[in-house]
Design a binder for this molecule. Structure first.
Ligand SMILES: *Cc1c(COP(=O)(O)O)cnc(C)c1O
Ligand SMILES: [Zn+2]
Length: 446
């Protein structure tokens, strides 16, 4: 049966379309692909989404992703019937996105100089595998299941592999994960093993692991579930839907993400473009992306700190040669991404061009924070009784910085995404044992 969804090249001067019954993720012109729907969803669906929260044991209504299935409907599911959903949709027992929605955290607001009511944080670490990746993995693995795929493949800084391995285990698929040797948090590596995936260690960093995994996927016919896969980004739109629902579909002024491969940034941008085009929202929130200082490709290119020219979407014709020159200079100088926030230790963000489109549409900004600042951000989240990992700490730290610079205003409504939970608890112990740290409370000897 032909699907009502297509893949379309994001380059407007190409715009080539492809069926979705294959695992092509790049157009013949080299650009990435989007999922395009031919139907415009009616805004009255927001009442359905709300009603489904009273799920009565139907995991596809309980799921914080599939509850919004009408807006990510590449599988052409148009039913409340459990069995019909279960034939196609992949869910970890309704757990993805179930607990993560915006929360107030007063101490984080104080730290960032924001009003208590106006700064909300959404802990995506409260997903079944412990990171936001589950939102997109449930949809990517659904597409894999539609194709009858036996093996899924990914490269990972740790959370993608944990998520992929978890869904593969639950769906009886094989999973191969390529990781940069020695560069991923112990809790994440442990999950990849425990969920029964084949771990493949690559000498080098994440960028090297991704290149190797994409090459091997091509040779072995494995299905790639990294964020270059457009079905990943479809599921991650649910992060934004939950924000919107929590705010009664009144858009916030800002949505803030840490920036790694820029999948989230891209997904958020696509989500907002769609909501705007459907007439569901009139105001468009601005996206703020927070890079680690030690892995700040996007920060440098977007702000014109390389060759003095700001890289932009430019109506779909971004200056990709500048990006190539940036990468080859980094390679020549031997500069490798370096931060203790390993989840965002990425030098070549695979979704760079989609992220440019997202920032163009939303008048977005990109800033950077140090490892020290991310550790402070992570720790103050903890003092509110929530936990997150160091990469997520970039969000409170970045909002604090943008507040200081006056870019975010004191009465702006800001929603920050805490992308993952703590899987390297040694970092928290280290932080608190050092009295020089802003929020440290060192252990006392009896
Ligand atoms: C994957 C990941 C990121 C980076 O997200 P992108 O979408 O690749 O930019 C940030 N934080 C955590 C915890 C992650 O797992
Ligand atoms: Zn194309």
């Amino acid at each position: 049966m032909a699907s009502s969804a297509l893949k379309q090249c994001i380059n407007p001067s190409c715009g080539l379309c492809y069926d979705i019954d294959n695992d092509i993720y790049r157009c013949s012109c080299g650009s990435l692909l989007d999922i395009k729907y031919n139907k415009k969803p009616d805004r009255s669906l927001v009442d359905n989404f709300y009603k489904r929260r009273n799920h009565g044991g139907n995991i596809y209504n309980e799921s914080g992703v599939w509850r919004f299935r009408d807006l990510i409907n590449f599988a052409d599911i148009d039913t409340e019937n459990f069995d019909e959903c279960a034939r196609v949709l992949v869910s970890l027992d309704g757990a993805e996105g179930r607990l993560s929605r915006p929360y107030k955290m007063s101490k984080v607001s104080d730290y960032a100089d924001m009003k208590h009511d106006a700064f909300l944080l959404q802990p995506e670490g409260y997903n079944p595998s412990g990171s936001f990746k589950d939102n997109g993995m449930s949809t990517a693995v659904t597409h894999a299941k539609m194709l009858g795929v036996k093996t899924i493949i990914c490269a990972s800084t740790g959370n993608t592999s944990a998520s992929a391995a978890m869904y593969a285990a639950n769906e009886n698929m094989k999973c191969e994960v390529y990781i940069p040797k020695g560069e991923i948090a112990p809790g994440k590596l442990g999950q990849a093993f425990q969920f029964g995936s084949q771990v493949i260690q690559v000498e080098g960093n994440f960028d090297d692991a991704l290149a190797t995994s994409l090459k091997n996927a091509k040779e072995t016919g494995g299905y790639t579930v990294n964020s270059v896969n457009p079905f990943r980004l479809e599921g991650q739109k649910a992060i934004v839907y939950r924000i919107m629902e929590h705010l009664d579909w009144n858009p916030p002024d800002w949505i803030v993400y840490p920036g790694g491969a820029l999948g989230n940034t891209s997904s958020c941008g696509k989500c907002l473009i769609e909501l705007y085009e459907w007439g569901w929202i009139r105001k468009v929130p601005r996206i703020a992306v927070i890079n680690a200082e030690g892995a700040n490709t996007f920060y440098e290119l977007y702000n014109g700190l390389f060759e003095g020219k700001k890289l932009s979407w430019n109506g779909g014709r971004p200056d990709l040669e500048i990006v190539e020159r940036y990468y080859s200079l980094q390679d020549k100088k031997g500069i490798r991404p370096k931060t203790h926030a390993t989840a965002i230790q990425i030098g070549k963000p695979a979704n760079l061009v989609k992220a440019l489109r997202a920032l163009d549409f939303t008048q977005g900004v990109v800033t950077q924070v140090s490892d020290q600042e991310m550790s402070d951000g992570m720790s103050v989240v903890g003092l509110n009784g929530f936990d997150c990992e160091m990469a997520s700490g970039a969000v409170p730290a970045g909002v604090r910085k943008l507040r200081k610079e006056g870019i975010i205003k004191k009465d702006d409504v800001v929603v920050g995404i805490l992308t993952g939970r703590q899987k390297d608890p040694g970092l928290a112990v280290q932080y608190h044992m050092n009295p020089a740290n802003m929020f440290a409370r060192p252990a006392r000897n009896n």
